[in-house]
Design a protein around this ligand. Structure first.
Ligand code: AMP
Ligand code: MN
Ligand code: MN
Ligand code: MN
Length: 290
């Protein structure tokens, strides 16, 4: 693979809270000129087989991925697992338990929304019928459809965001445990959107140091919607904590214009790309990145 080709290692499909089916997502991503992609749905690899087949058809590099919800010092942290073997027993068991946490959490979100005067149970019935692994994004979209919020942003502000009734505490695994599942599955663990967590600079470095000690390999240096200042801070985090750098849009929806696939800044020379050493094997496709 040409090292200057666009890489996008953080993308969502309808297996979690993306708007495009896995094959349609790959077609969209390929159309944006991306040469290497990872599908990273929240806590599920259900879209990986279909996405891998589509990537082969479009001739673009593909690695299986996942975005795991984990817990560090009582806060939710997202860890990307990149180039995992999704059939590995440790990750399969881990994802079964994530599914159970998400299902139980969705019930609690629905109850708490009901108690606060929003149609939570009705929303959840529709979400379950559609079959994706439930996220707060699904609740937000359902509340909009039911007239309880004007748009997804407003639904988070009023019902689902920090301090709101639908922001329930969840029993996510500790960061080190989620990281271990990824490592067992032969993948590279990467802290997603590191500047999005409300942590002090010192705590963020401690997070990265503990993550590296637990087998974590990288940090998402370039992320969709991040400011140039976020990027500078993520670069120094990667350099100081000796972590590799990843690049990902966190794309969910073609109707949202601010994070299209592949339109991302390049990594600076001071940060080693997470996809090069060793080169990502390409599960489910015949192509190998050169
Ligand atoms: P969950 O993992 O179920 O807590 O859902 C988290 C997902 O909700 C994130 O991955 C985002 O896609 C979405 N999300 C979180 N906050 C917002 C927000 N303020 N506006 C729109 N989407 C959001
Ligand atoms: Mn999401
Ligand atoms: Mn995330
Ligand atoms: Mn994401």
């Amino acid at each position: 693979m040409n090292p200057h080709s666009p890489v996008d290692l953080h993308l969502h499909s309808t297996a979690s809270d993306g708007m495009l089916e896995p094959a349609a997502l790959v077609a969209h991503v390929a159309g944006c000129g991306v040469a290497l992609m990872a599908l990273t749905d929240h806590d599920t690899v259900d879209g990986v087989a279909a996405a891998a087949a589509a990537a082969r058809a479009h001739g673009i590099g593909f690695v299986a991925g996942v975005e795991l919800s984990a817990c560090w010092r009582g806060r939710a942290i997202h860890v990307l697992g990149l180039a995992i073997d999704p059939t590995c027993a440790a990750i399969v068991r881990g994802l079964e338990s994530q599914r159970a946490v998400r299902d139980a959490r969705a019930d609690r979100i629905a109850e708490r929304l009901d108690a606060a005067g929003a149609p939570g149970t009705t929303a959840l019935a529709g979400i379950r019928a559609a079959g994706s692994l439930p996220t707060r994004t699904h609740f937000a979209r359902a509340l909009v459809a039911l007239g309880a919020a004007a748009d997804v942003g407003a639904a988070f502000e009023r019902w689902l965001g920090h301090g709101r009734p639908g922001a329930v505490r969840s029993d996510w695994p500790e960061l080190a445990e989620a990281t271990a599942w990824i490592v067992a599955a032969g993948g590279k663990a990467v802290i997603a959107h590191p500047m999005r967590y409300p942590l002090s600079a010192g705590a963020r470095r401690e997070l990265c140091a503990e993550f590296a000690a637990a087998g974590g390999r990288g940090v998402e240096v370039v992320t969709g919607g991040g400011s140039p200042r976020d990027r500078e801070q993520a670069i120094s985090l990667a350099v100081r904590c000796r972590l590799e750098g990843s690049v990902g849009s966190d794309f969910h929806d073609p109707a949202v214009p601010w994070n299209p696939p592949g339109r991302l800044a390049k990594l600076p020379a001071s940060v080693r790309p997470v996809w090069l050493d060793p080169p990502f094997p390409v599960f489910g496709t015949d192509a190998q990145p050169a």
